[in-house]
Design a protein around this ligand. Sequence first.
Ligand code: SF4
Ligand code: SF4
Length: 485
Amino acid sequence: MTTLLEHRYRAGEMHRFSAAGEQFVYLPQAGAIFALDEATDGVLGLLGDGVAAHDDLVAALTGQGMTMADAEGLLRELRMVRLVEAENVVARAPVVDTPPDDFPLQALVLNVTNQCNLACTYCYEFGADKISTQTGKTKYMTPETARAAVDFLLESAKGRDAVHITFFGGETLMNFRLLKEAVAYADARAAETGRRVTYSLTTNATLLTDPIIDFLAEHAVGVTVSIDGPEKMQDARRVYKSGKGSYAVIAPRLKALIARHTTRAIAARVTLSAGVTDVVGIYHHLKHEIGFHEIGFAPVTTTDDGHDFGLNGDGMSAVLAGFNALADEWLAYALRGEMHGFSNVSETLSELVVGTNKSHPCGAGLGLLGVSPSGDLSPCHRFTDADDHVLGHIDSGVDQAKRSDFLTRGHVGAKYECTSCWARPLCAGGCHHEAFVRYGDTGHANLHYCDWIRGWTDRVLDIYGTLAVKNPEFLDRFADRKGLS
Ligand code: SF4
Ligand code: SF4
């Protein structure tokens, strides 16, 4: 039965934005975007921050020439998508749900070694949760451990046709022999059960050789190269233990990689740190002089005491200006129907296109686990070899109580500030590991970068809206190409 109170409405939770002269709303409850027509815009205008009676809204709409039936229908639709809500509906913050004990794993990150031939000054391998624990750890994963990890993945991924293995380090290619064996074993085991395994790896590129590149191409292994940019920037922090820069070593190897490995896009991952903030210059060097297909950037916003490579306010402002300049380029390309390689836009846009609405910031501990060289399980690669974050072992399986605690604390509904934030469907509080390093708690919201996240999400919403108005076919092609449709 409809109560009297339900005849009064207020605007639902939304983030308004305009693009290409049109009005849009982003609805955090649904992770959905709607273009506002004149009538809907009028209803929202009447509601403002207050409430209005149903009959007054209908009268206003009919006064604008709408039939009574159309006005009633419009209000019904707006309630269904929660653009308007009955006054007595309590705004629903996301609820912390207990994660299922048995979850189908989708991906493992195998830390095939924690050793590295470089000594990059910002490397999180030596982050706050690991510094005291590195000594005495197994340095290289053995073939037995890799095989057990593959078995564990296939066993834990029941119901999935395809699973994914990412090889990670340290420097991954310092244990290339194991990587080869793991791929051969995983392919054989997957074939027995009619399933498919896809692969990727992250490398600093110093150890790439033609035979390694050919192996990666033959097995369609996705490659992400950690790199900082042109020689001066690369050599500022990505150095050998002697202090010598690594650019001169990797530049020719990268060109060989991109020329020979044509079965997957080759991506660059740039770490932006103090003094390395020329986003546009770095992008153009990596895209046009080296030839990467995609380039993504990650700012270092958190560092341990005593280190000076984290970005301060001025550094982050420079980074944001660079991101916006590249976003402008990305949009100009898209309006011409061309793809641009700035993957920070592509990744956020992909999430908007599919209506992502996250309970957790990432797959860590859900469909994704990290495996240390000794076989310890952790939420993801960044937590491997950190004793406080072990979630089990590949031989004994997942410690469900620890996993459940990690996921319950990391749920967006458990982060007070996030429950009323319009950017939560994409952010969900941000990286668990960064939260631990910064706040000592994996379940803490990364409040130090809220402005950044909301600013960036708004920028990509603008790109979405502009394309929806001016080149909607591109959005369809983008979704097809990314496998989102
Ligand atoms: S961390 Fe900040 S930006 Fe992210 S969802 Fe929470 S409040 Fe929003
Ligand atoms: S966002 Fe952070 S916690 Fe999540 S997978 Fe990435 S590094 Fe791990």
